[in-house]
Design a protein around this ligand. Structure first.
Ligand SMILES: *Cc1c(COP(=O)(O)O)cnc(C)c1O
Length: 364
């Protein structure tokens, strides 16, 4: 192992900014002179109140969340939202889903329990591109139109917001939120599990336009009713306090990032663009590695790639580990490799990966 913390390319739970981990370690036993760890505090106390307030404030600043949107800190992961979105927003009527990969496919399947679902678009022959919105079948009277901003497993990303449809947009942004500027106002609802780009698992972020609140089906559990959570500042019951604290530290870290004139999410976007370009360039210029996703739909966050001969996979992964490059094995449904390049992955990590890939190619 090299003489540094290894670079962790996991798709999630994923690498965290080292600075944040060090700060959390320093504050572990005594948060700001309170005599308590954050995980020991009452969620109703003044200290945690500040942590929650600051996290919401920083998130609103970073994404430019308009005032007519509620920010909810929930539990259950993005997968729970596959049920909670129709429970809260469908009114039991109609909802349309764009299916561009494994995660939106799961969202679509779960929604059938709660409403009349139509697939607005789904590419034929595998998840390798975003179908042209001009050809989507969207019902004007659908309660919402759901899509997944970045397909974490398939490596397919929307590089545009699919506006121009009558129903409000609902987006699963689990693996791309905060990686680039996001037009919140173009959406009715955005949700994201935290463990990719925000913080530890256990926290789920929901941003929802307030005029969509108060439509929950009678069967919706109270603890997951968006309107009740909004009315109680995410404290209808005990929220995932420590995960919210960690997310707050990550949000502060993003606010400190600079790239020339750029700050915050814009700085992240510029850095993420360079990181992804470096890795795709390595893949495209090689005869050993390949990525089949259409260039206009390639993900900047999750880069799946295959070795020409899968018999080399084990040697590639073992060599990677010995170079301090962890968790590069691809999702079992896709095979091959996958490098996740979330905000917390430094450029030096991607450079180390590319150097290793070139060396492996020379020797195999
Ligand atoms: C990881 C992920 C999920 C599932 O998240 P859980 O927190 O495990 O429920 C859903 N959608 C996307 C896009 C993801 O990346």
């Amino acid at each position: 192992m090299p003489d540094r913390r290894p670079y962790n390319f996991s798709a999630g739970p994923a690498t965290m900014p080292e600075e944040v981990l060090r700060q959390a370690a320093e504050e572990m036993l005594d948060w700001h002179g309170s005599g308590m760890s954050v995980m020991e505090m009452s969620h109703r106390g003044e200290s945690f109140g500040r942590i929650l307030h600051d996290a919401e404030h920083d998130l609103r600043e970073l994404l430019g969340v308009p005032q007519d949107y509620a920010v909810l800190f929930m539990q259950g992961g993005a997968l729970a939202q596959n049920a909670l979105v129709p429970l809260n927003l469908s009114r039991g009527t109609r909802a349309d889903y764009v299916v561009t990969g494994s995660w939106s496919s799961k969202s679509e399947r779960e929604a059938h329990k709660y409403c009349d679902v139509q697939v607005a678009a789904k590419p034929e022959g595998g998840f390798l591109d975003i179908p042209d919105p001009a050809g989507w079948r969207v019902r004007d009277d659908a309660a919402y139109l759901h899509y997944c901003g970045n397909e974490t497993i398939d490596g397919v990303e929307f590089h545009f917001v699919p506006t121009g449809f009558a129903p409000p947009l609902v987006a699963d942004m689990s693996s791309s939120v905060l990686s680039r500027p996001l037009d919140v106002a173009a959406h009715g609802c955005i949700y994201a599990g935290a463990q990719k780009n925000i913080g530890p698992a256990g926290l789920t972020l929901v941003i929802v336009r307030r005029d969509l609140l108060g439509r929950a089906l009678a069967a919706c559990p109270s603890a997951f009713d968006y309107a009740l959570l909004a009315a109680n500042s995410s404290m209808f019951n005990t929220p995932p306090t420590y995960a919210i604290y960690m997310a707050g530290l990550v949000l502060q870290w993003i606010r400190r990032q600079r790239e020339g004139e750029l700050q915050g999410v814009q700085a992240m976007a510029e850095r993420n663009r360079r990181k992804a370009a470096m890795l795709y360039e390595c893949i495209d210029s090689s005869s050993l590695y390949g990525n089949r996703v259409a260039r206009t739909a390639r993900s900047r966050m999750n880069v799946p790639f295959q070795l020409r001969d899968p018999a080399l996979d084990a040697a590639f992964l073992a060599g990677a580990r010995s170079h301090g490059l962890l968790q590069l094995k691809g999702h079992k449904s896709v095979g091959g490799m996958r490098a996740s390049l979330y905000n917390a992955m430094p450029e030096a990590g991607v450079r180390a990966l590319v150097d290793y890939m070139r060396e492996f190619e020379r020797t195999h």
